[in-house]
Design a protein around this ligand. Structure first.
Ligand code: 1GP
Length: 243
């Protein structure tokens, strides 16, 4: 089933994506993490990063694919992170910012390359929310994040994204954020859009994962906490099943 339909069809349950940053994993740690993801019923694996330093993306996706059938979705920080071995790509438009390259410029560059692959393209309105400290995503995008407590700006931005035809909205506090996005903002955005809502950044426990899901996220993304302790995977999966 195409990834987008899987996300849409399973909206009655909370979905869980593990973010794998190829720079942070060895082949051994990928294999161990994927085993836990398989055993815990993780829905998706996101692969990418705001800035990749090593050239390990292809190797990373190859070893993931050798070890699981969980769909692999590219979460690209740049046009250099397109890889045909993945199943789908979040075609991210940074709608919280006003950097034209990340709204449309890079998309024009990437489109002909993506066209030559069988990647499922999922247009996604990507919104960076201020988490109290500069994150790689906010710095690399050279864009101003939406202030943490300005729920109405987030709602209007998400609404505009949906009206433009984007198929999902992703609220991101940035990788390694000190706090998650406020549940109040998640709730208000969710109430105002009909497309699936992804939330990530700073989710470090099963409790905060549950809180963000209860607020309205359809799919949560967890990266850093799992890099630090992969046993977080079954904990979070179990917590989401209880919701
Ligand atoms: C970052 O939303 C993702 O883009 C995940 O963030 O690494 O803080 O879990 P964390």
């Amino acid at each position: 089933m195409p990834v987008y339909h899987q996300i849409l069809n399973n909206r009655d349950k909370k979905q869980f994506a593990v973010l794998i940053d190829p720079d942070k994993y060895t082949i051994d740690s990928i294999v161990a993490t994927i085993k836990l993801a398989n055993d815990s019923g993780v829905d998706f694996l996101l692969v990418g990063g705001s800035l990749l330093i090593s050239d390990g993306l292809d190797r990373c996706i190859t070893s993931i694919k050798e070890n699981t059938d969980i769909p692999v979705i590219l979460f690209p920080g740049s046009t250099m992170q397109i890889n045909k071995k993945a199943d789908a790509i979040l075609f991210l438009s940074l709608i919280s910012g006003r950097n034209p390259d990340l709204l449309i410029g890079n998309h024009v560059i990437a489109a002909p390359y993506i066209k030559q692959t069988s990647l499922e393209v999922i247009s996604t309105g990507y919104m960076i929310i201020d988490s109290g400290k500069a994150t790689t995503a906010s710095y690399m995008s050279q864009s101003l994040p939406i202030p943490y407590d300005k729920d109405e700006i987030a709602v209007c931005t998400a609404l505009a994204g949906e009206m433009l035809g984007l198929k999902m909205i992703y609220l991101d506090g940035g990788s390694g954020a000190d706090t998650t996005i406020s549940p109040g903002m998640v709730e208000l955005v969710k109430k105002n859009i009909t497309v699936p809502l992804i939330v990530g950044g700073g989710i470090r426990s099963a409790e905060s994962a549950s809180e963000i899901c209860r607020a309205g996220a359809d799919l949560i993304v967890v990266g850093n906490a799992i890099e630090d302790n992969r046993d977080m995977i079954p904990d979070i999966a179990k917590a989401l099943r209880k919701l």
